[in-house]
Design a protein around this ligand. Structure first.
Ligand code: M6R
Length: 606
């Protein structure tokens, strides 16, 4: 949940650390801190504060010429948001930053007699003390001994006061990537956005390997001391992709990137008009003979799965279940060897999804990860991976990642349909031809931004809102509700329109906004009846539909017409409307939609 960074080289470290932390801030923005060797002496200085990276900048020296340091941007887990709990932590000769959770810290406090000696309430300071207690001048030995005692997830970036110019790292589960760029030095971070301006090559630090960085290079050893060659990868996007490029927020920039993200995800996977995953090394045998599908994910990724479920089940007749990863982990799985398990994750590091994947792998050899971040843990641990190519998603609220996740599921569904013989080749070709038009449709919706922004003004004072729809529109409304609540703090509930009358309609009163989505022809008139029911009880209805004109304008207060497209593809248009609505509601309430309270982009804790 936190962002960590380390640098050693010939350039001034402070700005590299602060700029890197700014890019990592999406991972946590409660507190921030850096530590650095003072002009290559054995003295390590620490600057840290509760607040954002800009608050940290304000307490840093302008003249700092240190060339080696570490940094941290925190999302609080153990202990409140205070200066003392901010990282880096320092105990004796050891200074470190940490992303993850040390589960057995109570036991370690007792074992190392730390009670009364710690300055913070964090599990991290305990880990720091354990490394220090095991340190007798040899950093690798101390790290090795300490991690053998730690339970939980961690990515540590560590400095030892009598080893100036050196930065060490080790991880279990929590992500860390690193690089050595001969001109610029050695870098490591939770995410490569932190150092992409210095290197377009990086490697994922293998778990339980000790990384040592100096200005002249890096060494990577396993815990037996054997040197391992890092597996470098090349980044396929540049630093501008991780910047706002003139937009006020990353979220609205990422909303606008959806046509391109869709094309990058779908285009290369269409060959001769048909879905083809040979470039992904995903064999048809993965899909052949499957009896059912289980989709596992969290949050937005799970809602993408809900859309995929409705489409695949209705088109192919295969049973599809969508499981909330955090629940799935503690239930008795119904997965068999003939179940295709699809795990979806933008970050590829959500701990609940990762653990659910591990459980699923104990039942089937057919796991397929739909992941955005290359080389992430979920991508590496699943049997097969289909990367979405959304590019870095920085805003906490997921937008373009959702669209490409749904697109990937549509492609997977089409491929399964072909292989199972449930869909004729010609029908698939026809579908794919229309599918390829989606980016143009999204662009048309984006042109309505200013109009939707006006409608958002109506939402800013709302306390409760409801998103209703049927069939695909219902599954989509869940994502619409999540988007609104996470960035505007307005209570939003998604409801199957036909289910309202079984209880929830009691909550509708004068002026309550109801966002009704009515794009599915087979249930259109039913949804309109459901809308009338809420309208009759005073709801303020915003209707999203493919109608260009509404015959009876008493049915809604505002109508947002969508460009005409096949029913099964409307989700790609409607979701953009709901994203823009949520974005401007947030902005209208003076909230920073990129960094909503209490949230962080990657949830690497349970
Ligand atoms: O990285 P993942 O896709 O695994 O993340 C899953 C959820 O945490 C994420 O989608 C979350 O719900 C977003 N904040 C939604 O906008």
């Amino acid at each position: 949940m936190c962002g960590i960074i380390g640098y050693t080289g010939r350039m001034a470290a402070q700005n590299i650390l602060l700029d890197g932390l700014q890019r990592l801030e999406y991972r946590g923005y409660d507190s921030a801190g850096i530590a650095f060797f003072k002009e290559n002496t054995g003295h390590i200085s620490v600057r840290k504060t509760a607040g954002k990276v800009m608050d940290l900048r304000a307490i840093c020296d302008d003249e700092n010429l240190s060339v080696c340091g570490i940094g941290h941007s925190r999302w609080a887990t153990h202990g409140g948001v205070t200066n003392a709990n901010a990282h880096p932590h320092k105990v004796g000769d050891v200074v470190l930053v940490h992303n993850g959770i040390i589960e057995n810290y109570h036991h370690l406090i007792e074992k190392y007699h730390l009670m009364g000696q710690l300055k913070s309430e964090t599990d991290t300071e305990v880990a720091c003390a354990v490394i220090n207690a095991n340190y007798n001048g040899n950093p690798e030995e101390a790290i090795k001994k300490a991690v053998s005692e730690l339970k939980g997830s961690f990515a540590f970036c560590i400095m030892f006061s009598n080893h100036p110019g050196e930065v060490y790292a080790i991880r279990n589960v929590s992500p860390l990537v690193a690089t050595y760029a001969p001109q610029n030095g050695s870098f490591l971070a939770s995410d490569l956005t932190a150092f992409i301006e210095y290197s377009n090559k990086y490697f994922v630090l293998p778990e339980y390997h000790i990384l040592k960085m100096t200005k002249d290079g890096i060494t990577l050893n396993d815990l037996d001391g054997k040197t391992v060659e890092p597996e470098y990868m090349t980044v396929d996007w540049d630093v501008s992709t991780a910047e706002k490029n003139g937009y006020n927020h990353f979220m609205i920039k990422e909303i606008h990137e959806q046509p391109d993200a869709f094309e990058r995800t779908v285009g290369p996977r269409i060959k001769d008009g048909m879905p083809d995953f040979s470039d992904d090394n995903i064999p048809d045998s993965l899909f052949e003979g499957i009896k059912d599908i289980t989709v596992i994910a969290c949050g937005t990724a799970m809602y993408a799965g809900m859309v995929g479920r409705t489409l695949i089940q209705n088109k192919i007749g295969l049973p599809v279940k969508v499981e909330i990863a955090s629940e799935f982990r503690y239930e008795r799985p119904t997965i068999t060897k003939d179940t295709l398990v699809i795990v979806i994750s933008q970050s590829g590091e959500t701990i609940d999804t990762l653990e659910a994947l591990r459980l699923a792998k104990s039942r089937t050899d057919r796991t397929l990860a739909v992941v955005n971040v290359k080389g992430s843990t979920i991508a590496r641990e699943s049997h097969y991976v289909m990367y979405t190519h959304a590019g870095p998603e920085i805003a906490v609220a997921s937008t373009k990642a959702y669209t490409v996740q749904v697109a990937a599921l549509y492609l997977i569904g089409a491929r399964i349909g072909v292989l199972s013989g449930e869909i004729e080749n010609d029908a698939v070709r026809e579908f794919i031809a229309k599918f390829r038009q989606v980016p143009e449709h999204i662009k048309s919706v984006l042109q309505m931004e200013d109009t939707i922004r006006m409608y958002a003004n109506r939402m800013t004072n709302a306390k409760d809102t409801f998103f209703i729809g049927r069939a695909l529109d219902y599954t989509l409304s869940m994502e619409g509700a999540l988007k609104l609540k996470e960035i505007s703090y307005i209570h939003a509930e998604a409801y199957a329109a036909g289910e309202l009358k079984h209880g929830t309609i009691a909550l509708i009163s004068e002026g309550v906004p109801v966002i009704a989505i009515a794009t599915q022809s087979n249930v259109y008139s039913k949804v309109i009846s459901n809308i009338r029911e809420v309208k009759a009880r005073g709801a303020y209805v915003i209707l999203v539909s493919k109608d260009q004109e509404i015959e009876d304008n008493t049915v809604c207060d505002i109508h947002i017409p969508l460009p005409d497209i096949d029913d099964e593809l409307t989700v790609f248009e409607s979701v953009v409307v709901l994203q823009i609505l949520a974005y401007y509601t947030s902005v209208g309430k003076d909230i920073n939609p990129d960094q909503p309270r209490n949230l962080a982009k990657s949830v690497t804790v349970e």
